[in-house]
Design a protein around this ligand. Structure first.
Ligand SMILES: NC(=O)C1=CN([C@@H]2O[C@H](COP(=O)(O)OP(=O)(O)OC[C@H]3O[C@@H](n4cnc5c(N)ncnc54)[C@H](OP(=O)(O)O)[C@@H]3O)[C@@H](O)[C@H]2O)C=CC1
Ligand SMILES: CC(C)=CCC[C@@H](C)[C@H]1CC[C@H]2C3=C(CC[C@]12C)[C@@]1(C)CCC(=O)[C@@H](C)[C@@H]1CC3
Length: 335
């Protein structure tokens, strides 16, 4: 979703749709642009938003962040439509074919790390990944590189004299240093592509701040907490989640990261909308939290990363971007 005086660039349901609802409630004057891969779903989201906020300015744009050509074309289209972007919410994300490691879950239940296990899902999930037509790992392309190419394509609209822009990534508690490796940054050789991609997001945000703050572009990462959406319905059937609800309300007393619904999950995204970007700490992730009584708040937590790794990763992305340009964005294997 993007906004000029507020807009963001991705989802149509889940956290993305709830975010749009809340942004429109915060500021009826914003110009929203929903950048989505499925126009039917996008139109449905637009209609729902117009129903609750009649007369608001909500535009649609087709983009598949899993496809290089589509991202480049979308960036060109945005350049034609807008003079500047105040907010770029990078929310699209996938976790394909997740599997729960039952043994790790049961062991975790009886360990001292049980609370952190529920908060982060660390070590509990594996995913399948595949290679796209562009020759890149799908999860990396969708969760990280597609967004990076979009930012690069939109550079002239992001951060103009006296008017800073915010790039806001939906990262995760599940981002894990040990799942990420600079030598396999696309995670072609492991089974934790989601964890790896979210760690990559955190690194990239840090590097973007280093390179772009001086020209008025500020990047932040948030974690929405555990939210029941299509993404988590891929892990367990919605009916099972409903059965687990009383247990999850109980767990919420011990870990504030079980936000559970999309309204709660967007707390940090909306909070960032209201902050002066210059006042934000680039090394912090902003977490949406919900207390046992159902109150929402935002907690900043330092990220487990170092600036040297962020810089090295950024260089690798620039090289990859160069390769995609050389090869006209398609069919070559760039890894
Ligand atoms: N739910 C959770 O517990 C958590 C979620 N997150 C993150 O929050 C973000 C939103 O996820 P959530 O709302 O939960 O899940 P959803 O599956 O509901 O939303 C994901 C959105 O991303 C869009 N998307 C996926 N692939 C592409 C693509 N190639 N091009 C364009 N759009 C795409 C989907 O579009 P379409 O509608 O067409 O499928 C969908 O709207 C993700 O980045 C996720 O990793 C982080 C932590 C926890
Ligand atoms: C809640 C109970 C009793 C059982 C569910 C067990 C797991 C399926 C569940 C526990 C912690 C969850 C979790 C996520 C997925 C589902 C769990 C592993 C995420 C990894 C989903 C995506 C994210 O980005 C993370 C923030 C979530 C962290 C917690």
């Amino acid at each position: 979703v993007f906004t000029t005086k507020r807009e963001t660039g991705k989802t149509l349901s889940g956290i993305g749709l709830a975010l749009c609802e809340r942004l429109l409630a915060e500021d009826g004057e914003i110009h929203l642009c929903l950048a989505c891969r499925n126009m039917q779903r996008a139109e449905a989201a637009q209609a729902a938003l117009l129903l609750s906020h009649p007369g608001s300015d909500i535009n649609l744009l087709r983009v598949d962040v899993g496809n290089i050509k589509s991202v480049i074309e979308a960036a060109q289209e945005i350049m034609q439509r807008y003079q500047r972007l105040d907010y770029l919410y990078l929310n699209a994300g996938i976790m394909p074919n997740p599997r729960i490691n039952l043994k790790a879950f049961i062991n975790g239940l009886f360990s001292s790390k049980v609370i952190s296990m529920f908060a982060t899902g660390e070590g509990l999930l594996t995913q399948e990944d595949w290679v796209t037509d562009d020759g890149l790992q799908q999860v990396f392309m969708t969760n990280v590189f597609g967004h990076f190419l979009l930012i690069r394509g939109l550079e002239p609209l992001l951060g103009q004299p006296g008017c800073p822009s915010q790039v806001i990534w939906t990262s995760s508690n599940n981002a894990r240093k040990s799942a990420f490796s600079l030598t396999d940054y696309q995670h072609g050789h492991g089974q934790e592509s989601y964890s790896s991609s979210k760690y990559a997001t955190d690194l990239l945000s840090v590097a973007l701040n280093k390179h772009y703050n001086s020209q008025g572009l500020f990047s932040s990462v948030i974690c929405p907490g555990l939210v029941l959406t299509n993404l988590t319905y891929g892990i367990l059937h919605p009916f099972i989640w409903t059965l687990l609800m009383p247990i999850m309300w109980l767990i919420r007393v011990f870990t504030n990261s079980f936000t559970l619904n999309t309204q709660n999950g967007t707390e940090a995204l909306v909070w960032l909308f209201k902050q002066k970007p210059e006042s934000l700490d680039p090394l912090v992730k902003y977490h949406s939290c919900t207390s046992g009584f159902g109150n929402n708040y935002v907690v900043p937590r330092k990220m487990d990363l170092d600036i040297e790794t962020a810089e090295a990763f950024y260089k690798k992305l620039l090289e990859l971007e160069q390769n995609t340009k050389k090869n006209d964005g398609v069919t070559e294997n760039y890894r």
